[in-house]
Design a binder for this molecule. Structure first.
Ligand code: NAD
Length: 359
């Protein structure tokens, strides 16, 4: 048995977590679940949205499946997701985007993986607010040392891109491509404009590519990448991107395959890995046994592959794909009309998936 932490989250979290746990168990993956809480429900009882016990469990097991968690607006605490990412140094955000028959989308046959750097770039949190003394001091310093001038009364976000940060994520993309038998890695940047940050990213990408010559490598400028993904998505395989472009392109690719219902994800680092759906806690549907568990179940498929349980992962993915393709035992969002009376609930969709796994 392998220990895995299951963070049940809040809103629709507990329902989809339970559905996912049942589906994974049905594959025979032999997982010993450490079931832990995080989010608004546990906060009401204990005063903290992320109990130490939950973080400790994730650190101990090194692997977690996490249901969505609400980030309350204006309460002062930062997003739990960001906190976990930083505490565990989960530097790689992995988002496979794959077409499943039966999911309504403008495209078919999409099979892409987006690998996003999670710790640097404009999202590093190094920001200077307009009008503050430190900001004015920074602007004076820049204006003294740079030919280009920054206007007074500007706000500033710093974009750090390091050799170390770039190297490890590009190497991660190659390792992931190799592990899953993929053929090509495309590094995305805007090196023609931002020479010292994206330029460095591109230079490091090329160096890492030389050491991984068994896999094809190319680069694309990010604006061109957007157009290419819309026009010729079939030309691409694994994309590796700095944080900001990665955030945007992940959503673009999720859109290519039909959106949130089937968008799984994982945040991975040396110390651990946390797998979660792209969608949030949809609080308005809490406790109604209504929402689609597929994105979290597909995150479970990614988790099983990460753990080397390839046969179990294939079994689970094929079962999800078969249920979606049949279109019978699926939740309201996968029906042609949202008020379709034949839609089933979260737990009934899980039952249908388990039925497929068994047969
Ligand atoms: P959301 O993804 O929770 O919901 C948006 C809408 O998408 C829902 O109202 C619903 O119509 C639909 N939807 C989402 N998941 C669905 C599912 N599984 N099946 C069927 N329909 C589904 O986005 P939001 O409303 O912007 O965010 C709600 C809360 O979730 C916020 O507090 C946000 O911060 C948080 N959030 C958490 C995570 C995470 O934990 N990783 C990710 C995104 C958002």
């Amino acid at each position: 048995m392998t220990d895995v932490t299951l963070v049940t989250g809040d809103g629709i979290g507990p329902e989809i977590a339970e559905a996912t746990r049942r589906c994974i168990d049905a594959t025979g993956a032999e997982i010993n679940w450490l079931i832990k809480e995080a989010g608004t429900d546990v906060m009401e009882r204990t005063g903290t949205p992320l109990p130490d016990e939950t973080v400790e469990a994730i650190k101990k097991t090194g692997i977690a499946l996490k249901a969505p968690i609400t980030t309350p607006v204006g309460t002062g605490f930062r997003s739990i997701n960001v906190h976990l990412r930083q505490t565990l140094d989960l530097y790689a955000c992995l988002r496979p985007c794959k077409s499943y028959e039966g999911v309504r989308s403008r495209y078919t046959d999409i099979d892409l993986v987006v690998v996003r750097e999670n710790t640097e770039d404009c999202y590093a949190g190094v920001e200077f607010q307009r009008g503050k003394d430190d900001t004015d001091e920074l602007i004076s310093w820049v204006n003294k040392h740079s030919e280009k001038k920054v206007r007074e009364n500007s706000g500033i976000t710093i974009k750090p891109i390091s050799v170390e940060g770039s190297e490890r994520i590009v190497q991660f993309a190659f390792d992931h491509a190799r592990k899953l038998g993929r053929k090509k890695v495309t590094s995305v940047h805007k090196a023609n404009i931002m020479k010292f940050t994206d330029g460095l990213w591109l230079e490091v990408s090329r160096e890492v590519a030389k050491k991984n010559s068994d896999i094809e490598f190319e680069d694309r400028i990010v604006d061109n990448m957007c157009m290419q993904l819309i026009q010729k998505p079939e030309l691409y395989d694994v994309l590796v991107l700095p944080n900001l472009y990665g955030d945007i392109i992940s959503d673009l690719c999720a859109g290519l395959v039909g959106g949130l219902g089937v968008a799984p994800g994982g945040n991975i680092g040396e110390k651990g890995a946390v797998f979660e759906a792209t969608h949030g806690s949809a609080p308005k549907y809490k406790g109604q046994n209504k929402v689609n568990p597929a994105a979290l179940i597909l995150s479970g498929v990614m988790m099983l592959r990460h753990m080397g349980k390839m046969a179990e992962a294939d079994k689970l993915e094929n079962a999800v794909a078969a249920v979606i393709a049949e279109g019978k035992s699926v939740t309201y969002d996968m029906k042609p009309h949202r008020d379709d009376p034949t839609a089933v609930g979260t737990s009934q969709m899980a039952d249908a998936i388990i039925e497929k796994i068994k047969n």
